[in-house]
Write a protein that binds this ligand. Structure first.
Ligand SMILES: NC(=O)c1ccc[n+]([C@@H]2O[C@H](COP(=O)([O-])OP(=O)(O)OC[C@H]3O[C@@H](n4cnc5c(N)ncnc54)[C@H](OP(=O)(O)O)[C@@H]3O)[C@@H](O)[C@H]2O)c1
Length: 283
């Protein structure tokens, strides 16, 4: 029986994945909202762990709680993310963050620039810095479960990261912030995969499916394209498929081995991103 941690298991794809793998595995379910987290934990038999990933201190506390309770972790699914706006329900849900400057409010993906509890651009913080740090902190548990897997839920929606304006103080758009954070997560997938022995820990990322009917898509006010089941199938495959044993450092578009934006493969970019990230997360 494998131990699987799913972040953002309180809603959407994370919750669907929790239900899918619950019967055959020991589940650790991360969520931000205690009520909805308790609900999914009760339904799946998983162990709930609450944390707001817009705080690096909470990411550290989350990792410490898991390390206190568990010797090993077979699979880490970094799924939690903030969508691209406009600020509707999701902006209310992150009311602990502060709006820095208001961008254009109409139309999908515009939104308001928000800051994490650490004062970082919110989407970069939750969608990239949090999984970066969580994964590093849980590496000892993953190594103990070798062969273990890290699955980063990314997106086909990527935009080049401007390392001279990582916090996107200029020309802010929620959708671009979201895409930049996903690009950073994909680039780090490749960096970490290259550092780890694939016999110990593999690290892959994927675009689960396009515009599934989840909260972040509804909040964006855009139409849907794919079903949640399509995204679930692609993500579930990366978690359990024995054919992917030893396969690492890949970006999958749904179930197809694919290519991310060129910047994610650029060693000079990745080195600089890594150095800046280490300093931001205080590692
Ligand atoms: N939907 C799509 O079409 C699509 C396409 C490509 C990629 N993706 C990716 O798929 C993943 C799952 O997204 P989804 O569509 O299932 O979205 P969703 O239903 O909006 O779920 C997002 C999850 O992330 C959690 N989250 C957000 N901010 C958080 C924070 N500050 N701290 C802790 N947890 C936080 C949410 O918690 P709350 O329940 O507390 O809000 C929720 O559990 C994301 O990585 C997303 O980028 C989705």
């Amino acid at each position: 029986m494998a131990t699987i941690l799913i972040t953002g298991a309180s809603d959407g794809l994370g919750r669907a994945l929790a239900h899918e793998v619950a019967a055959a595995n020991r589940l650790i379910l991360h969520g931000r909202d205690p009520g909805r987290l308790a609900e999914v934990a009760e339904r799946t038999g998983g162990e709930p762990v609450q944390a707001d990933l817009s705080s690096l201190a909470e990411v550290r506390r989350l990792a410490a709680t898991i390390a206190d309770r568990h010797q090993r972790l077979d699979v880490l699914v970094n799924n939690a993310a903030v969508g691209f706006g406009p600020p509707g329900a999701s902006a209310t849900a992150v009311a602990s963050t502060s709006a820095l400057s208001a961008g254009p409010r109409s139309g999908p993906g515009r939104g308001v620039r928000q800051l994490s509890k650490d004062g970082y651009e919110l989407r970069l913080a939750v969608n990239y810095l949090a999984p970066y740090l969580l994964t590093r902190l849980l590496l000892p548990l993953l190594r103990r479960a070798a062969p273990a897997r890290v699955v980063n839920v990314a997106s086909i929606g990527q935009a080049p990261v401007d390392l001279d304006d990582l916090m996107m103080t200029r020309g802010y758009e929620g959708i671009t912030a979201y895409r930049r954070a996903k690009l950073a997560l994909i680039a780090d997938t490749f960096t970490l995969a290259a550092e780890l022995d694939p016999a110990e820990v593999t690290v892959n990322c994927l675009h689960p499916a396009s515009l599934m009917p989840t909260t972040m898509v509804r909040d964006a006010g855009v139409g849907t394209i794919d079903t949640l089941e399509e995204g679930l199938r692609a993500t579930h495959r990366l978690v359990v498929d024995p054919a992917l044993d030893g396969v690492t450092g890949r970006f999958f578009d749904r179930e197809r081995d694919s290519r991310a934006l060129a910047q994610a493969y650029d060693p000079a970019f990745r080195d600089r991103l890594r150095t800046m990230t280490e300093s931001l997360v205080g590692e």
